[in-house]
Design a protein around this ligand. Structure first.
Ligand code: NAD
Length: 313
């Protein structure tokens, strides 16, 4: 029969594209329950889903930050039966950490970390009982490697990686599979929100030198990296579908081969110095040439590392 897939954060970006791709599966193998905080934002998804809407795709309201909302949503699913849970909802936070309030930072953890745990707590017990299920988390390369000025966001994704790595062992005993998807930069509203945010923010509390490094050194190279290395939400959707359909899905799944050397660098040097210094030189000595140096690193490291990422095709 059809597999029931529940996805969080489907009003835009990666979540929307995963929902559409699975709902339009030629063999109609999935019934997709696409969820979002506010159903008033359903139009883009409904339009992209076309004929699938009302057939292999249905919508429900769900705010991953709200206990009641999560409970209500899962209770309204037939027999609470979810075969595949895709934790996609997430928010970013970029800038000098001195300028963020504790509340702003907690909101990132509320969404990216506790939001996922809230979903897993609600869905996992039924999967364990049925001895089947697949839990997927849209993590990030930043869940494996910290990136300057993304301190809190990276921390929230690291937290998620640690949580899931721990839980995956127990779940295997119950035939429940856990998979992390780790994209690099992806062209979505995420990126737009970041750029729009930066232009209106003042960064009070951060000294002028730091703000200068952020706005005039980090940001241009970050935009550059998005331009040159960015994947599309559809690429990530295809990678996710591949992971769902694999005979034995892997735990970690980098989607962009250009990032495998960066992750490898971290494990190649247990002192951590290599990655800290490599990033330092990329940021301060090469500036806008950051993407070029990443390409150089790709050449310097063993080519077989490429095969460690999953390709969208
Ligand atoms: P996006 O902003 O388009 O999508 C995120 C979605 O989550 C939005 O629809 C938003 O409304 C929703 N959301 C936020 N808070 C929510 C809540 N409390 N409850 C329910 N939904 C909520 O950005 P995206 O790039 O599609 O992001 C999806 C995931 O991919 C995130 O977890 C993000 O961390 C991850 N990711 C993104 C990138 C990137 O470069 N865009 C890279 C790596 C990982």
């Amino acid at each position: 029969g059809q597999k029931v897939v529940l996805i969080t954060g489907c009003s835009s970006g990666i979540g929307l594209r995963i929902a559409v791709l699975l709902a339009k599966d030629e063999k109609r193998r999935y019934h997709v329950i696409a969820t979002m905080r506010d159903l008033k934002k359903k139009e883009k998804l409904v339009e992209a889903a076309g004929d699938a809407y009302g057939k292999t795709l249905s919508l429900l309201t769900l705010d991953v930050c709200n206990d009641e909302s999560v409970k209500q949503c899962i209770n309204s699913v037939k027999d609470r039966h979810i075969d595949i849970l895709i934790n996609n909802a997430g928010i970013g936070l970029v800038g000098p950490v001195e300028s963020f309030s504790m509340d702003e930072m907690k909101q990132v953890f509320e969404t990216n970390f506790f939001g996922v745990i809230r979903m897993i707590k609600e869905v996992m017990p039924d999967m364990k009982k049925r001895k089947s299920g697949h839990i997927i988390v849209i993590s990030s390369v930043m869940g494996l490697q910290g990136v300057v000025f993304n301190d809190v966001y990276a921390a929230s994704k690291f937290a998620m990686e640690g949580f899931c790595e721990s839980l995956a062992v127990q779940l295997l005993k119950f035939n429940v599979i856990m998979s992390m998807i780790e994209p690099g930069p992806v062209h979505t509203e995420f990126e737009m929100k970041m750029i729009a945010d930066v232009s209106k923010k003042e960064y009070p509390g951060a000294d002028p030198e730091t703000v200068n490094y952020f706005k005039n050194v980090y940001l241009p190279s970050s935009v550059d990296i998005f331009e040159t290395l960015g994947q599309t939400p559809d690429d990530i959707a295809r990678c996710t579908k591949k992971v769902i359909e694999a005979d034995s899905p892997r735990f970690r799944n980098l989607t962009n081969p250009l990032y495998t050397p960066i992750v490898a660098l971290k494990y190649a040097d247990e002192t951590g110095g290599l990655s800290v210094h490599a990033f330092y030189h990329m940021l301060f000595n090469l500036g806008g040439l950051m993407h070029l140096s990443m390409k150089a690193m790709q050449c310097l490291t063993c080519g077989c590392l490429r095969s460690r990422s999953i390709s969208p095709n």
